[in-house]
Design a protein around this ligand. Structure first.
Ligand code: BGC
Length: 377
């Protein structure tokens, strides 16, 4: 028989142990959180936050709801040294100074629309012209300069961003509801899932404008990176970087990246450097590997997968040292590059290009995945 005292002590011990356990569990869930948030300032009268997505390998991607911008992606190099492969700032003020779209979500239309004019049926629309005579990346205040609503996932390294672009914003017709979901997987992939719906016919072309330097340091040029793009055609451009409408073969030109080439190898024969849309030789609309970038010094590799028909390869030609990293390094020409998955520039004025028209009742949905890994030694 147990004495009354023994029973009381046993019950007390069990209660204390249970309390300790639940305390530990609480601590564990906080420490293991896959998305954390810190306040990052305010603009347009709205709160801006910085979210950190962490995967099972401890790899972290930081995203702010200002412009839906990826501010850093810290991965180890072949020696285990960690640095960000994406160009970005560690405070909101860096972005409010209007850098050229570092890491941002781009819309309503990624890249250029000639003269900022297009037609849908009989209606002509005039957009903001913010790049010489042309419209670029959504206009004066594109999706890169607005505060998105952000909802972190409970149990995964995922962040959902939503934004309502009002009818007439930057000249575009229709209220456009956009949802973009960023997910960092345990395979070190950043998945970007783009969705949109409209209440009037409009044009949509969403992308992400991350600048990569696989060395993790803008003191190093990207001209020694090797690039492979699965595209047997590209869209040549005029002097304002508007496609002429032709689809030219890459064969025998500096645009042939079907086999890997050093970016610097043939850049001197491309007027102004690479800033062209590649016509991906993909079949269908599945998520497919379309480009691979690698750097033998850091041993890092970036793979780009997309459902989109095009890829803008921009070799950072207009970077001129005006912007500096948060630790004071000038961001010079060719110290970072973009691989923007997209529909082709100026599609609304090019009937032979895949259409970017979105009508009420239709669902815009595209997916892009960037994967960072180490090259096999
Ligand atoms: C465009 C470039 C532009 C850059 C930054 C790229 O997508 O193709 O011409 O300078 O974005 O704005």
């Amino acid at each position: 028989m147990y004495s009354f005292k023994t029973i009381v002590i046993t019950v007390m011990m069990t209660t204390i142990l249970a309390a300790c356990e639940s305390g530990d569990q609480k601590k564990e869930t906080t420490a293991d959180k896959k998305v954390t948030k810190v306040a990052w300032g305010e603009t347009d009268g709205k709160q801006v936050d910085l979210f950190t997505l962490t995967n099972a390998n401890g790899v972290q991607v930081k995203i702010t709801n200002y412009g839906g911008t990826v501010t850093s992606w810290v991965t180890p190099d072949k020696n285990g040294n960690k640095s960000s492969v994406i160009l970005g700032f560690d405070s909101l003020s860096g972005y409010l100074a209007k850098p050229p779209y570092f890491g941002a979500l781009i819309g309503r239309y990624g890249n250029r629309i000639g003269k900022g004019v297009f037609k849908i049926d009989t209606a002509t629309y005039h957009l903001a012209t913010n790049n010489g005579a042309n419209h670029l990346h959504g206009g004066n205040k594109g999706f890169d300069k607005v505060v998105w609503d952000a909802t972190p996932a409970d149990n995964s390294a995922s962040l959902t961003l939503t934004y309502l672009s009002k009818d007439g914003e930057e000249g575009y017709p229709g209220n456009l509801k956009i949802t973009v979901v960023y997910t960092l997987t345990d395979d070190n992939e950043l998945l970007i899932d783009y969705n949109a719906e409209t209440d009037k016919p409009t044009v949509v072309n969403l992308t992400n404008h991350s600048y990569f330097n696989l060395t993790g340091d803008v003191s190093n040029t990207i001209l020694n990176h090797q690039l492979q793009i699965s595209a047997d055609k590209y869209t040549p451009v005029d002097t304002g970087l508007i496609p002429t409408g032709e689809l030219n073969e890459v064969k025998g030109t500096p645009f042939d990246f079907l086999q890997p080439h050093k970016i610097g190898e043939r850049i001197a024969s491309v007027d102004g450097g690479y800033d062209h849309n590649f016509v991906l030789s993909r079949k269908g609309t599945n998520l497919e590997l379309v480009a691979t970038l690698s750097d033998s010094v850091s041993g890092r590799k970036l793979e780009v997968f997309t459902t989109e028909p095009g890829l803008q390869f921009y070799s950072g030609n207009f970077l001129d040292g005006k912007f500096k990293t948060s630790d004071g390094k000038p961001i010079n020409q060719h110290t970072a590059l973009c691989l923007e998955t997209q529909h082709f520039p100026d599609s609304p004025n090019k009937p032979n290009f895949p259409s970017t028209l979105l009508k009420p009742g239709e669902k815009y949905h595209t997916v892009t995945k960037y994967k960072v890994s180490l090259l096999k030694q």
